[in-house]
Each structure stands twice: as structure tokens, then as C-alpha cells.
Design a protein around this ligand. Structure first.
Ligand code: SF4
Ligand code: SF4
Length: 174
């Protein structure tokens, strides 16, 4: 995801707000990291081009897509930005949408993106080694991981902070 479609129109300052939204997305990359969605939807005709870019389309119950975080998400941005798939070009989170329509100054949007990245980092830092809070028991092929209560509480608060922030700034209002 991560990258927008064509211009949305009335940005206050065309130089500060490139009509394709690239400046904000290249400073953000949060959706590529899997913070907003678990996968990127692909149209059937987008599968081949996605494979050529090194992505692995998978079948989900009601659509095709590729999994997030994306293999091309590096150093907080898309590493193949000019060649990103059409599905990524189409996507606009609520923050980008507000920026492109001119209701949110770009600098403020960039600050919000940085804050979200910091909250996501904090959550990741609170995960135990291996990046999972718990796994299935051995009869299902995994191992139980026991977490100290305090670690679990810290993780829970970090997750709640991030979720609140993402709903407020990045996800469309319902
Ligand atoms: S601004 Fe939105 S669409 Fe752009 S990279 Fe960040 S989360 Fe993705
Ligand atoms: S290809 Fe680029 S824009 Fe698309 S999800 Fe991956 S990192 Fe994000």
C-alpha cells in the first residue's frame, strides 16, 4: 500500500503538496509496515506484475493480495517506489487524503506520521524475542511463551496507544 493514486485536487501549496502525495508517503511508509492492514489487495491482472517485483501474491478468503509488512519496506519507506504496484499507487489512508484535499498541512501530516512510527517502534520493542506474544501449544506445532505480567501490561498499553492514534489519524471514520 502506501502510495497514492492521482491528484486529489485543491492542495494549498502545490510545491509543498506534490499532487501524487509522494513527499508524505516517502516520509511515512506506515501502511507498508503493516500498521494499518495485514495485506494489500491485488486485482487478478496485478498478480503477474507483483510477482515480477518480487512480491508473493496469496489467496485470502475473498481476494488476492500480498502480505504485509512488505519485503520492499526498508528504512521507513518503499524501496521500489517508482515501480511500486498499481495497488500501492491506489491506496490512500485518511492522513494522506486530508493532506491531498488541503485540509491538513503537509508538515503537520509528516509530524503525525513520525509520531505514529514512534508508537509502532515502541510496540515492537515491547515484543519478546521472536516477535510474538504467545504461540500455539506443542500439539499444534508451536511453543508456549510465558510473559511476565509487567511485560504484558506494557505491551498492552503500547498497543492501545497505537490503535487509538491510528484510528484517529490514519483510518477512515466509520
Ligand atoms: S501517508 Fe498513508 S498512504 Fe502514505 S505511506 Fe503513510 S500510511 Fe501509507
Ligand atoms: S511495494 Fe512499496 S508501496 Fe507497496 S507495500 Fe511494498 S513497500 Fe509499500
Amino acid at each position: 500500500m502506501g502510495q497514492p493514486g492521482p491528484a486529489a485536487g485543491r492542495a494549498a501549496d502545490p510545491a509543498a503538496h506534490p499532487p501524487d502525495g509522494s513527499r508524505l508517503c516517502l516520509a511515512c511508509g506506515l501502511c507498508c509496515r503493516g500498521a494499518l492492514h495485514t495485506n494489500v489487495l491485488l486485482l487478478p491482472e496485478e498478480q503477474g506484475p507483483a510477482r515480477e517485483l518480487g512480491l508473493r501474491p496469496e489467496s485470502y478468503p475473498d481476494h488476492l493480495g500480498f502480505r504485509l509488512p512488505c519485503v520492499h519496506y526498508k528504512e521507513r519507506r518503499c524501496a521500489i517506489y517508482p515501480a511500486r504496484p498499481a495497488a500501492c499507487r491506489r491506496y490512500r489512508c485518511a492522513l494522506l487524503e486530508a493532506c491531498l484535499e488541503g485540509s491538513l498541512p503537509l508538515e503537520q501530516a509528516e509530524r503525525t506520521a513520525r509520531r505514529a512510527a514512534g508508537l509502532f517502534d515502541r510496540l515492537e520493542q515491547r515484543l519478546p524475542p521472536g516477535g510474538v506474544l504467545w504461540t500455539l501449544h506443542s500439539d499444534q506445532g508451536g511453543e508456549a511463551v510465558e510473559l511476565p505480567r509487567q511485560v504484558f501490561r506494557q505491551w498492552l498499553f503500547a498497543a492501545a496507544d497505537l490503535e487509538y492514534f491510528l484510528r484517529r489519524h490514519f483510518l477512515p471514520r466509520r
